[in-house]
Structures are given as C-alpha cells and as structure tokens.
Write a protein that binds this ligand. Sequence first.
Ligand code: NAP
Length: 205
Amino acid sequence: MATGTSPPAFRVETSDDDRRTVGKVVYQATVSLDGLLAGSGDPREWAMRYSERNPTLEAAIRTTGAVLVGRNTFDAVRRQARATTGAFPGADWTGPRFVLTHRPLEGVPDDSTRPFSGDLREAVRLAQAAAGEKNVTVLGASVGAQGLRLGVVDEILVHLVPVLLGSGVRFFTNDELPELDLERLSLSVAGPVTNLRFRVRRRSS
Ligand SMILES: NC(=O)c1ccc[n+]([C@@H]2O[C@H](COP(=O)([O-])OP(=O)(O)OC[C@H]3O[C@@H](n4cnc5c(N)ncnc54)[C@H](OP(=O)(O)O)[C@@H]3O)[C@@H](O)[C@H]2O)c1
C-alpha cells in the first residue's frame, strides 16, 4: 500500500476555473478513445449521449463568449433539431458565431451568425472582440488544426468518452500540424466522461 502524501487523483473544476480560463481561445470537442470527433456514419449521435450532466462542459459553455466554427460542423449542428441556437452538442448556446466558409450562408436565424473567409488569425481577432472577457471556442477539426498551426489556440479541452468509432474525422488532422508541447491544466470525471484540459506551450513560428 502506498504511503505518504499523494497528489489528488482528479481535480474537479470549480467556479474558480471559470475565472482562470477567461479570455482564451479554446479548441474543444467530445472525442472517442480512438481520437475521433465524428464517426463516418452518424457524426453526432454518439457525442450527444455523453453531453448531459458534465460540469466541465457546462462551465465551458458558460465561459464561451464567441464561437469560431467550421462550415462542416456548422452544417452538422444545423441538421440537428436544436440547431437554430445550439453550437455545442446537446446544449443551447446563444452568442456571436463566426462560421469559417467559402460559401454563402443561407437561412441563418439572425445576424449573430456571420460567415468569415480568409486568415483564421483575423477571425480570431474578430471573435475575441465579440467575446469580451469570455473565451472563444473553436469547433471543427479543420479549424482547430489551422488554429494550432497558426499559434492562436491557447488551450485544448477534450471530453474523452468510452467509445471506439473506428473511422471518421480525427480530432487532430494531419495537415501540417506542428509538434507542440502541452501542459495538462486539469482532469475531471463526469460519469463515463473524462475531461482533460491542456495549455499549448510551444507554438509554430
Ligand atoms: N465531437 C465533437 O464535439 C465535435 C465538435 C466539432 C465538430 N465535430 C464534427 O466534426 C466534423 C467537422 O469537422 P471538419 O474538420 O470536417 O470540418 P470543420 O472544421 O467544421 O469545417 C471545415 C470547413 O470550413 C471551411 N473553412 C475552414 N477554414 C476556413 C477558412 N480559413 N476560410 C474559409 N473557410 C474555411 C471550409 O468549408 P467550405 O470551403 O466548404 O466553405 C472547410 O471545408 C463534423 O462531423 C462535426 O459534427 C464534432
């Protein structure tokens, strides 16, 4: 049996973490154990099953002031019943959304949803201005990879769920991702979900 003082096995996030994380750009997703954020068949149902009663996810939503979302993710969310206001799987969220796309956006509910095409760094600047003191949440593997490559992602928040999807969209795509060192900031569990938050320590030039 171990003796002495051991570090706590899990740190449960609290309201203090809300304050600690403000003003950050956070790449966030529910991820399968084999590292996918979408399966090849139904891309979202499995994630929805694990989105309830997770204080870390709720805190992330509460501290989000603006969302940067890729067109593929935006379209997938829109296909859901709650899509008119939701940005996250299984949760309603309202606020400024910048949709990265080269194509016109049709049928958006109001002008809080704006298309953006071009350099992601400019999109981040716009989103940060819109977010005020809150965080900018980045949704979508392609957009997340761009953000990491360009050095504009401060933190990565993963909700790891006990599912193997086999094939689909990788959380970290291969397209020119630099080698990055990460620092684990927190770890918590909510039922079957393991939440992991990392700070990006080394960035590409
Ligand atoms: N499990 C989760 O929590 C979670 C979270 C987020 C997403 N997802 C899933 O991930 C999948 C989508 O990921 P993804 O990597 O395929 O796509 P994505 O990142 O959502 O969107 C990529 C698309 O965004 C547009 N885009 C990206 N960067 C741009 C730029 N700088 N300027 C203009 N347009 C730009 C392009 O669309 P166009 O050129 O076609 O306009 C590009 O094809 C979906 O199935 C979604 O449900 C899951």
